[in-house]
Design a protein around this ligand. Sequence first.
Ligand SMILES: Nc1ncnc2c1ncn2[C@@H]1O[C@H](COP(=O)(O)OP(=O)(O)OP(=O)(O)O)[C@@H](O)[C@H]1O
Ligand SMILES: [Mg+2]
Length: 168
Amino acid sequence: MKLVVDTSAAMEQLGAVLAGVARAGDVIVLTGELGAGKTTLARGMGDAMELETPVSSPTFIVARHHRSHNPERPPLVHLDAYRLGSSAELDELDIDVEHSIVLAEWAAEYAQALSNQWLEIGVQRPIGGAEDVESDQPREVSISAHGEDNDMMARFGAALEDFRVSRG
Ligand SMILES: Nc1ncnc2c1ncn2[C@@H]1O[C@H](COP(=O)(O)OP(=O)(O)OP(=O)(O)O)[C@@H](O)[C@H]1O
Ligand SMILES: [Mg+2]
């Protein structure tokens, strides 16, 4: 599934849509170049999950655990796999995937070490042209399900479709 996300506020709203559907055990991988909007999406998701600590860009941190104020919601583990050297290092982090929602930036190659199924969200900046990074510019977002027995697209699909329709 593909959608165009025009502004960083809309990217945060997309994160909130994901938060509405995600459950413990879900692994969501965010791919895309520097400044594409991965952390912007993660921040929107984190806000909607009512986390005790805000999601930020984990520049020097590989994994950050965020608990929710809401006892009904699982914690969010925000991973920056860019800092990760190998899947052995990922094992050492000992992430409790079953009881968390894992949101991983740059982790496509490590996703299968975390779970047998995951959702991949690719964020792309407009091709060519100089860009003022701070100003709102459309992003193309591609969402796909990967791995065995993947039921994530069935669960996320309807909410994402509603989001796409509501954005026109
Ligand atoms: N449509 C849009 N969606 C998301 N971000 C946008 C959009 N338009 C402009 N931006 C801006 O682009 C920047 C995206 O930065 P962000 O930190 O989210 O990227 P990133 O993919 O996490 O980068 P990095 O790889 O460095 O972690 C922000 O400054 C944001 O305001
Ligand atoms: Mg980032």
